[in-house]
Design a binder for this molecule. Sequence first.
Ligand code: IPE
Ligand code: IPE
Ligand code: MG
Length: 235
Amino acid sequence: MDTINVPRHVAIIMDGNGRWAKKRKLPRSFGHKAGASRVQEIIETSGNMGIEVLSLYAFSTENWKRPEKEVENIMGLLRHYLKNNSNDLRDNGIRLNILGKIEDLPLDLQEELKIALSKTENNDKMILNIALNYGGQDEILRACQKTMEDFLQQGKDPSSLEAEDFEKNLDTQGQPMVDLLIRPSGEFRLSNFLLYQCAYAEFWFSDILWPDFSKEEYLKALEDFSKRQRRFGGI
Ligand code: IPE
Ligand code: IPE
Ligand code: MG
């Protein structure tokens, strides 16, 4: 593909696992498993395209409302994914970063996260953000809290606040803002994903359910992005 404008930061809301399973008269857990198996190809393609940051929405602060069994199933899949793929991430130059409140996740998952984070910490080809127990509002509030603490500690006046004082306390610190936000599954909403970072993101929606979201579909989104005219408020 002849893509000239590659987005620096792509964010994907991996939605539609439940409906994918329902269409096949299977339990929702099958949909989550099929969804998890889509991830590798999308990561590889992103790396090959020269994307700097890929953010994948895996579990939101609102997803705790789901039945306990489903939550346990998703946490188990995440643990399994990290166990089986962290060496691959390490060997492919990918640095893992977690968006969200890690300390409220099950302890065994936290352990697996720590291992994967340290294995990949020196990599610099691409950052893979996995959003886990993540909510954009929660992230903004946590960043506000940290910024207030910084200001108190340094005796700084609130009126001197600059964007960078705040942005360095976001879970995406040091990363570019989102250029392209992809949401499969036919829903047209952000569902609390990267609210601050999507200020000037281009959106790409598709009816395809996440477990069916192929490399070809992803390339279509990237190709479409490269034709967009971004003005950022200018002319
Ligand atoms: C996305 O698929 C996975 C998570 C939110 C964890 P869903 O489980 O939301 O699938 P649908 O939207 O019910 O089809
Ligand atoms: C968004 O999907 C969260 C993830 C994909 C992890 P949801 O299925 O939770 O979003 P809503 O409920 O349709 O807004
Ligand atoms: Mg959903």
